[in-house]
Design a protein around this ligand. Structure first.
Ligand SMILES: [Zn+2]
Ligand SMILES: [Zn+2]
Length: 229
């Protein structure tokens, strides 16, 4: 009754197309969201694979600091709108919707890890937006799974130019190089899952994993969406 009354005053609208419906994402928008499966995309760079494998030929020959990586959706129209709602319109409840979808697909993968950490934001970024989108997402995922959320294990030492303003992967790597630091923590040696909202070229994730590599026993990556290269 209370839910019905609330729905009368605050009807549920789809976060993507804004039409009234009885869930946070309407059926027609959900149908357009493309799930990534490890059989069809490289787990490192998300390049489309012609044969059933984990990594593309290029990624198989390069050393990576993380041991596994998963993303739920391709970053395109609908998923871009969801992320935009969270990051640019500060609709923080969207993080909960994203976490529900992530946990539904990846609970087993998540619960393999000892702790969940977000890709850190600089103090300047947090001040500007008032929150770190990756932290919010990581907190919601942690609440739904039996894995502890730890903030400030990995921190951003200084502000860097926003990665989405740089197209080239090499320049992105240079921009972010050396910008993360690991804090002394009781979680040294643990299995760590790093959460991000969107992975574009993977430069930020690469740098996070590189910073953690000598301090933890294994590193996994999990993101809501991934840009197809
Ligand atoms: Zn919709
Ligand atoms: Zn690849």
């Amino acid at each position: 009754m209370l839910k019905e009354a609330l729905n009368f005053f605050f009807p549920i609208v789809c976060v993507i197309c804004k039409t009234e419906c009885n869930s946070s994402i309407c059926t027609s928008c959900y149908r357009t969201m493309i799930q990534i499966t490890s059989e069809t995309f490289c787990i490192v760079c998300a390049k489309k694979l012609r044969f059933k494998d984990l990594r593309c030929i290029e990624c198989s020959s390069i050393f990576h600091y993380f041991h596994d990586s998963k993303s739920l959706f391709l970053y395109e129209k609908a998923t871009r709108e969801i992320v935009k709602q969270l990051k640019f319109y500060r609709n923080t409840y969207v993080a909960k919707i994203m976490a529900v979808l992530i946990v539904k697909k990846f609970r087993q993968y998540i619960e393999n890890y000892d702790i969940i950490i977000p890709v850190p934001s600089s103090k300047q970024q947090i001040f500007k937006r008032s929150f770190n989108p990756a932290s919010l997402l990581a907190m919601h995922i942690s609440k739904k799974c039996n894995v502890k959320y730890v903030c400030n294990f990995l921190t951003k030492k200084h502000h860097t130019r926003s990665q989405h303003t740089i197209k080239n992967k090499e320049t992105r790597l240079q921009n972010i190089r050396g910008s993360f630091a690991v804090r002394k923590s009781p979680f040294f040696g643990s299995k760590v899952l790093i959460i991000d909202d969107v992975i574009t070229t993977g430069a930020t994730i690469h740098e996070c994993a590189k910073s953690l590599y000598n301090h933890v026993s294994s590193i996994g990556i999990l993101s809501f969406a991934r840009v197809l290269l």
